[in-house]
Design a binder for this molecule. Structure first.
Ligand SMILES: Cc1cc2nc3c(=O)[nH]c(=O)nc-3n(C[C@H](O)[C@H](O)[C@H](O)COP(=O)(O)O)c2cc1C
Length: 159
């Protein structure tokens, strides 16, 4: 079983809607088990025991939210334990070209510092799904695609 952890922050529900679609994408992969956690409930043990970690955040001033950053900063305690795991990111912002990509990069950057292997998307929203407000049809598809591809990548890395 490949455990894919989806951690997200969301104050007004948009990123949460994306997280639920990512979860559906993970479920499309045989032997992949998604675990969904709001950042307040996530623990370092969750990170350590996951084969893959996908993180979602609202875009706040062009970066991930303070809550998600605080959680990631706390993962310093387990630095080295996440190396080689698969990762991915998604975000919801208030406007188009208003900081979504820099938010995604801020999450992926932290994953790279941990030595993780991050999944891009060649088709569209290359750094990860980015919705303006709630996810529309296109972002919904991209969220599912990200979940599926990260789960597949994790399965390959585990084997
Ligand atoms: C503190 C704060 C900072 C924000 N900064 C940005 C920003 O830099 N760019 C942007 O497009 N939207 C910004 N927004 C809007 C949110 O990204 C947007 O409403 C998003 O859909 C919220 O996601 P959520 O429903 O998951 O909480 C900001 C909102 C808040 C509360």
């Amino acid at each position: 079983m490949t455990k894919v952890l989806i951690i997200y922050d969301s104050q007004t529900g948009n990123t949460e809607k994306m997280a639920l679609q990512v979860l559906k994408g993970v479920k499309e992969v045989t032997n992949a088990k998604p675990v969904l956690k709001k950042v307040d409930q996530a623990t370092l043990e969750d990170l350590e025991t996951a084969d893959a970690i996908i993180m979602g955040s609202p875009t706040y001033y062009g970066q991930m939210s303070g809550k998600l950053k605080t959680f990631i900063d706390s993962s310093n305690k387990i630095h080295g334990k996440l190396a080689g795991k698969a990762g991915g990111a998604f975000t919801s912002s208030g406007g188009a070209a208003c900081g979504a990509e820099t938010t995604l990069i801020s999450i992926l950057n932290a994953m790279l510092v941990h030595g993780m292997i991050v999944q891009g998307i060649r088709e569209y929203n290359h750094y990860g799904p980015a919705a303006v407000g709630a996810p529309g049809e296109r972002e919904t598809k991209l969220c599912r695609l990200l979940g599926k591809r990260v789960a597949e990548l994790a399965a390959r890395l585990v084997s």
